[in-house]
Design a protein around this ligand. Structure first.
Ligand SMILES: NC(=O)c1ccc[n+]([C@@H]2O[C@H](COP(=O)([O-])OP(=O)(O)OC[C@H]3O[C@@H](n4cnc5c(N)ncnc54)[C@H](O)[C@@H]3O)[C@@H](O)[C@H]2O)c1
Length: 333
């Protein structure tokens, strides 16, 4: 089996390649990634020289490069995207280009190449936001994206489904909630907070930390993707979720694990279009035999330990990008 993984140098994609080659050492993985600011090829340096792994530097919006990379591929697992909501508010066009056009280019090449499966990685953010007592998102929830990021991901999901309905391209889609774990870019909430605290800084929490997110450990997400590849039904969507926590609960837990006090907290303004709550009903993927292996707390502790032990990975990223903490500059309390 030869698998083309797009965006394999990113957070979830790099964890997926590690997971997949460990679970299926007989298969071949080709990582196709253009290495934007979010692509960290060093996350895969342990695979250098591994005959089952190959890296191609290429852009998913480049039809010729995609066509070449797709030769002889059985499955495509499509992670590549612009993924940071704050950046989508500043530069929405880049999100439309990568997430919508890039997905269309891949679908076209997958169809011409007769790939046996195109698995599209999407987000629960396409469903919009929930009120505190609303039922969680599930596969049949209508789309209602509220940011350029989630709208561009929604557009890509619709294209993937259209290629199934119109051309019978064998697709599956997964809509997952917020991931955390190793190799998570320090511009995102959990790694930003962990690394800020390890550097002796404060953590910028939006609003009063009341926003609720559903957290999945990246390993469990990737295990779900593998299960969908092995046992999923063609044409189906699967929602993947974990545990619901307010941002304040997550922050307090990080402080507690690190033995630090709430004086390290700093409240900052909400971002534009800040969704209140996401939650997932994951009964459909659970029916395929999936469930998270450990609790959120256990995984958070493992993640903190990973960041403590892998400063070589995250320190240069924070140094090169001082604006990662720009939300802290708008502090009001
Ligand atoms: N991070 C989450 O919590 C989360 C949750 C649900 C779904 N998702 C989805 O999972 C996927 C991966 O997310 P992530 O957090 O790992 O993202 P990421 O930003 O860490 O990684 C994205 C990767 O895609 C690559 N890329 C970007 N544009 C490209 C292009 N034009 N051509 C080729 N490669 C390109 C980047 O270089 C990077 O390696 C995305 O599709 C995202 O929407 C993420």
């Amino acid at each position: 089996m030869k698998i083309l993984v797009t965006g394999g140098a990113g957070f979830i994609g790099s964890n997926f390649i590690h997971y997949y080659l460990n679970a299926h050492p007989e298969d071949q993985v080709v990582n196709f990634d253009v290495l934007t600011y979010a692509g960290h090829i060093e996350s895969l340096k342990d695979l250098e020289g591994n005959p089952s792994y190959r890296f191609i530097k290429g852009d998913i919006t480049d039809a010729q490069a995609v066509k070449d990379a797709m030769q002889g591929v059985d499955w495509v697992v499509h992670f590549a995207a612009e993924s940071h909501v704050d950046r989508s508010i500043i530069d929405p066009m880049q999100f439309v280009k990568t997430n919508v056009l890039g997905t269309a280019v891949l679908l076209d090449a997958a169809l011409s190449n007769k790939v046996k499966r195109f698995h599209h990685i999407s987000t629960d953010e396409v469903f919009g936001q929930l009120g505190e007592s609303d039922a969680p998102f599930k596969e049949t929830t209508p789309y209602s994206p509220r940011t350029p990021y989630s709208a561009s991901k929604a557009g890509s999901d619709h294209l993937v489904r259209a290629y199934f309905e119109t051309y019978n391209l064998p697709i599956t889609i997964s809509n997952c909630s917020n991931n955390f774990g190793p190799f998570h870019d320090p511009e995102k909430l959990i790694p930003r907070f962990i690394t800020n605290l390890l550097e002796g800084k404060k953590v910028p929490l939006m609003g009063k930390g009341e926003n609720i997110r559903d957290w999945v450990y990246v390993y469990d997400h990737n295990k779900a993707v593998d299960i969908i590849l092995q046992k999923g039904v063609i044409g189906e969507t699967y929602c993947i979720g974990g545990e619901e926590k307010t941002n304040l609960e997550v922050t307090k837990k990080i402080l507690e694990i690190l033995g630090l006090g709430e004086d390290r907290l700093e409240f900052v303004e909400h971002r534009l279009g800040h969704d209140l709550r996401y939650a997932i009903d994951d009964s459909k993927i659970k029916a395929l035999g999936w469930s998270p292996e450990k609790s959120f707390e256990e995984r958070l502790e493992e993640t903190i330990n990973w960041f403590k032990e892998n400063e070589w990975w995250w320190k240069p990223l924070k140094k090169d990008r001082p604006n990662v903490d720009r939300s802290a500059q708008k502090s009001y309390g």
